[in-house]
Write a protein that binds this ligand. Structure first.
Ligand code: MF3
Ligand code: CO
Ligand code: CO
Length: 321
């Protein structure tokens, strides 16, 4: 979700490992069978503006465990299809059909007018990349962001995947970004504050001596019967984020980390967010609930590891830091 704009200008000298991403063609809108329950914005693109409670009921939580699991399954399916030469539109088709096969509505579809069923953010695209006719090429990195709406609630999760032979700096970026998400998750406990999450993420990223930046314009969010609730989860230390975490609160942690400074610009499609520097960026995301003792990840498959474990493995096995 979008927050404020901020400008910080710094230069780094190493050129990015590939040329700039170019937009492709966007295919016609995919349809969702009439029997599948839809979120309130499916028809007119306008999400509800009513305020949603931060704490879920047991019934809502039970349903969110299901929608979270389904989102994790769809994410695994799409990540497994990533290969050199596939178009992001084809990944959208796979994700759309995987959601529909699970009696779920792909939440991005027509959310504030978004034209596709998932987000595909390649190389210097920070988030909200629109699937199109561009083919993945050897050495790309791609974030796949899946949200599904099932039985009245959303589950939201994303993973960055390596395409073919990826350069060492990009692999390091992906590894640091995943570690940053887990540092944030590790700060979640009843009685902790929202600002503790961003503080933990910052500490993790800062271990690398200013080589990486944290995007501030897009943040984690409360989630439940609405895709994005008013609860905001910055991925940097924000002294104003004093909200105390309580059991039953559900939200995402989804840090976007950049090589070099984290300045953002947008394509005129009003969705695609990119680094000003042209340097690469990565992201991982889970949906979670605060428990009596800590945190429970909701976006986990029923069996087997989540995408971040399956598809970051090649990254984990490279040299430390
Ligand atoms: N899944 C994204 C998030 O993590 C939101 C995508 S909104 C869309 O919050 F409209 F671009 F799909
Ligand atoms: Co999200
Ligand atoms: Co998401």
């Amino acid at each position: 979700m979008v927050k404020r704009k901020r400008r910080r200008v710094r230069r780094i000298s190493t050129p990015p490992p590939s040329g700039p991403i170019e937009a492709g063609l966007i295919s016609p809108r995919r349809s969702v069978p009439t029997g599948i329950g839809r979120p309130e914005y499916a028809l007119d693109g306008e999400p509800s503006s009513r305020t949603s409670r931060a704490v879920r009921t047991e019934d809502e939580l039970a349903r969110m465990r299901v929608s979270g699991r389904l989102a994790a399954e769809v994410l695994n399916e799409v990540c497994a299809a990533v290969e050199v030469g596939i178009t992001t539109d084809e990944l959208d088709r796979i994700g759309h059909e995987a959601a529909v096969a699970r009696d779920s509505y792909p939440s991005p579809l027509n959310y504030r007018g978004f034209p596709k069923s998932l987000c595909t953010s390649v190389n210097e695209v920070i988030c909200h990349g629109i699937p199109d006719s561009r083919r993945l090429t050897d050495g790309d990195i791609i974030n796949i962001d899946i949200t599904v709406f099932h039985d009245g609630v959303h589950g939201d999760t994303s993973c960055t995947v390596l395409v073919g032979d990826v350069d060492e700096e990009s692999r390091r970026l992906v590894r640091v970004t995943r570690a940053a998400m887990h540092a944030g998750i590790g700060a979640v406990a009843p009685g902790a504050r929202v600002q503790d999450i961003g503080r933990a993420i910052e500490a993790e990223v800062d271990r690398h001596g200013g080589r990486f930046g944290i995007v501030r314009e897009f943040i984690g969010h409360g989630i439940g019967d609405q895709f994005h609730t008013s609860l905001q989860i910055p991925h940097y230390f924000d002294p104003r984020a004093t909200t105390v975490l309580e059991p039953g609160m559900t939200f995402t942690i989804e840090p976007m980390i950049t090589v070099g400074p984290a300045e953002v610009w947008m394509w005129d499609d009003d969705w695609t967010a990119l680094t000003v520097s042209g340097q690469r960026t990565a992201q991982f995301e889970h949906t979670m609930v605060v428990t009596e003792t800590g945190v429970e990840l909701l976006t986990m498959p029923a069996d087997g590891p989540p995408a971040e474990e399956r598809f970051a493995e090649a990254v984990a096995s490279t040299t430390a830091n």
